[in-house]
Design a protein around this ligand. Sequence first.
Ligand code: UDP
Length: 312
Amino acid sequence: MPVSVVTGAAGFLGSHLSDRLLSEGHSVIGIDNLLTGSVANIEHLAGNERFKFIKQDVTEFLYIPGEVHNVFHFASPASPIDYLELPIQTLKVGALGTHKALGLAAAKGASFIIASTSECYGDPLVHPQTEDYWGNVNPIGPRGVYDEAKRFAEAMTMAYHRYHKVNTHIVRIFNTYGPRMRLKDGRVVPAFVSQALRGEPLTVFGQGQQTRSFCYVSDLIDGIFRLSQSSFHEPVNIGNPLEMTVKEFAEHIIKITGSASTLTYKPLPVDDPKQRRPDITRAKQILGWEPKVSLEEGLTKTIAYFKGRIEA
Ligand code: UDP
């Protein structure tokens, strides 16, 4: 039975990834310090004898007895509000945490996959973003703590591949949404959905003309699982190429929730990327992957989840 270690297992993506690995017959060792993760995301796994949870900060030495076949490094704060509140932890988990997770993979002869990000492209000057674009990142801006840590993580991952011959993979994750996002993490999906459900105005930043492309979580996890099983080492974008402005997105949410909410405009955060859309040609060619869940279907499931959280 394959044994997979998932750092950030109590987070949004880490918990969905753990579910997928368990359904593929893996046994999973989840590690999380619960800084932004929540046990609520993994409580359904309590009693599952193929799932073990270790509460630990992955910037510390990782001791895991026995065989490990795959290491998935998914621990990190992941919302712009988190970067402002947890800048040092964000840098540490991307840099020191990646080093520890790679060290574990090297010691165990395991494959490794790093959750990287479209933030590696910064405020991109190339559109849509292909993996061979090197990006336009402000290293000292408030988002720099995340962007640069992930860029360092990619460099470290390639070094372990080239020097230690670890079977490494890099997934560049674009905006993803779905159940288990934190209601108050400040990202646009939880913000707009909870505002619409409460009948409050939706807080559109800037004029709402910046674009994003939103991928439903099950599609993203499928791409990540396929990449983890491949022998491809260069970065691969995984995301949904359906691009829209933030204002259009707000209007979608109002329509799907049937809310009477209006829009209110707030200042645009520093270095907020103006345009973002993944070029997924590589994922299609290498992994035979493309997203399947429509925005409407994904949002309907996500809204149902947030409704439960708001009422609870
Ligand atoms: N955004 C917004 N209102 C909010 C939260 C976010 O208009 O209440 C905008 C934000 O400025 C950005 C986009 O929505 O342009 C996506 O923001 P998010 O924080 O979800 O992720 P990002 O793609 O910026 O990392």
